[in-house]
Write a protein that binds this ligand. Structure first.
Ligand code: NAD
Ligand code: UDP
Length: 313
């Protein structure tokens, strides 16, 4: 029998790439989304396919389905979107994960949680191994997301301890690639969209803060290996190649329009100064490491936005 997968947030950036991979592997996929930041276009190619189903639903409400695996990705990931209704974001993380764990328990499904490097907050340990417990402000503008994901991880482990629910917890570091929304607000899409429009690139702060950028195909491969493997996690999945935000801006403008200006805007509250994953566990336990460098991954990402903006015109 083919495996029945539920992908929450399946119409979003990462979720839709996962839908593609599982559908191409001949599995059954139920894509569940409330379309807050997801788009039907991302999964349009599968509509009408006998092994694909789309459900408009909000994970803060319970749902009953017969499935074998839950890939729980539903949650806005960009600060602009998760901060626009922070109470809803906290509800999505807590109630959404609670409902999906309840479903997993009821039907004996395995659940993978898309957690985040934000559980490390503004880290005092660099780079960040899974054993680092983090430095998170409980009352700041990022807390709805960071603390939401921390309690979601807690819930997973309590369901495992209390009910024997099979869980996988993945800490995703900044990931980019085709299908990010032009107005997503995250840095890679912002810089590319600005450059394609001939606008100055907006550095928040002086641009010396760092991030480590993982290309979407690498990320999805790591996610599938974690779900299929025997290790619960938490496990970091990300690309250890670390860049300052200024370096990223320079790479983007050099590929699109080198004469563009870099302007500065205030650094948002609690914006982490540095971030880089230790991926020793992923290497050892999953035999996974990223293959696509930032230079390589920017090319298809820029090509995607170029095409999309042409089509939108
Ligand atoms: P995204 O915003 O593109 O996708 C999130 C999806 O979840 C969207 O389709 C949205 O409509 C849906 N959604 C949001 N709230 C929902 C709700 N209450 N009920 C049902 N659906 C809901 O973001 P993404 O980058 O694809 O991120 C996917 C997951 O991965 C998120 O859980 C995010 O926290 C996590 N993550 C992503 C990154 C990254 O760099 N992309 C990094 C760390 C963690
Ligand atoms: N950033 C920036 N300009 C932008 C958008 C973001 O300089 O137009 C910075 C942001 O302040 C942060 C980094 O880029 O330091 C990554 O931001 P993003 O929102 O992509 O991810 P996160 O902060 O959640 O890692």
């Amino acid at each position: 029998m083919t495996r029945r997968n539920l992908i929450t947030g399946g119409a979003g950036f990462l979720g839709s790439h996962l839908v593609d991979r599982l559908m191409e592997a001949g599995e059954e996929v139920i894509c569940l989304d409330n379309f807050y930041t997801g788009r039907k276009d991302n999964i349009r190619q599968w509509l009408g396919h006998p092994q694909f189903e789309l459900i408009r639903h909000d994970v803060t409400e319970p749902i009953r389905l017969e499935i074998d695996r839950i890939w729980h990705l539903a949650c806005p990931a960009s600060p602009v979107h998760y901060q626009s209704n922070p109470i809803k974001t906290a509800k999505t993380s807590f109630l959404g994960t609670y409902n999906m764990l309840g479903l997993a328990r009821r039907v004996g499904a395995r659940l993978l949680l898309a957690s985040t490097s934000e559980v490390y907050g503004d880290p005092e340990v660099h780079p960040q191994p899974e054993s680092y417990r983090g430095c998170v402000n409980t009352i700041g503008i990022r807390s709805c997301y960071d603390e939401g994901k921390r309690i979601a991880e807690t819930l997973c482990f309590d369901y495992q301890r209390m009910h024997g629910t099979e869980i996988r917890v993945m800490r995703i570091f900044n990931t980019y690639g085709p299908r990010m929304l032009p107005d997503d607000g995250r840095v890679v899409s912002n810089f590319i969209v600005q450059a394609l429009q001939g606008l100055p690139l907006t550095l928040y702060g002086d641009g010396s803060q760092t991030r480590s950028f993982c290309y979407v195909d690498d990320l999805i491969e790591g996610m599938i290996r974690l779900m299929n493997g025997e290790h619960t996690g938490p496990i970091n999945i990300g690309n250890p190649g670390e860049f300052t935000i200024r370096q990223l801006a320079e790479k983007v403008r050099e590929r699109i329009q080198p004469s563009l200006e870099l302007t500065t805007q205030p650094l948002p509250q609690d914006d982490p100064l540095q971030r880089q994953p230790v991926i020793d566990l992923a290497r050892e336990l999953l035999g996974w490491e990223p293959k696509v460098s930032l230079d390589e991954g920017l090319e298809p990402t820029i090509a995607y936005f170029r095409e999309r903006m042409r089509a939108d015109r």
